[in-house]
Design a protein around this ligand. Sequence first.
Ligand SMILES: [Zn+2]
Length: 261
Amino acid sequence: MAEFEGALSRRTAPDRLRVAILNTCARLLILVVMATATACGSSPSGYRSSGTLIDSAYGGRVAIYPQAEILRERWFGSPALFSPPAIANTDIEFFTVTGTTQAELIDGLNHSNLCTTYQCLPDPAAPAGGIAWAIGGGFSSPGYYCYSPATTTPAFRFLVVLPRWSPTVYGGVKIPLVEKWNALEQVIYTHEATHVAIAAQDLAQLIDYSHNLASCQAVINFWANPSVFDSLNADQNAFHARLRADCRPEIGCIPPGWMGW
Ligand SMILES: [Zn+2]
């Protein structure tokens, strides 16, 4: 009952050059801000002095404003990165993506190789050869003993694998990128958590049914039947169908191009 998610979009424009420029400007800007602060509480000559400095660096006073915007956008740890809450009976594992631009993060997501690391089953919602940005699934314990149908409950556990990005505070990352990442991570989390909720509900029904079987042999036959999870898988696919009909981030779907993802 493992299943995987396909990437919904990919972008290719690298942004390295722009970041290099931002880093340089931000360092220069510290001088500008200090000079301006001094000027505000001091003599007109001080203001002219800072103005001269600004002019020499940027060729005009108006250049301050875009630069100040850049400094305000630099990420120093706030907002915090979204931390996926625990899910009952579920292991949450992570794969790492790195980068300081959205294009680099998308590239990392597209090269997750999740279905190489984990055994994935084809997902009707994902395009053939699709790229997984996260996976979710479930598995049962290898064996169980049956002393009576009513007391026999195979152990099930769920697994969710999510991307994790851990930028350094002084790594030149901008706040809007962190906000976009947090939004993406929450959508992915919502999607996989919904799969887990569907599976947990359906498994509870299957377990209830098995508890009422007539014999241990019937219980064993029930869980050994390859089609025992057909309804569960159908419900998971129905969730995808609902998202295809009504794709919204708050219910675990990434509309094409949403926030640049
Ligand atoms: Zn899914």
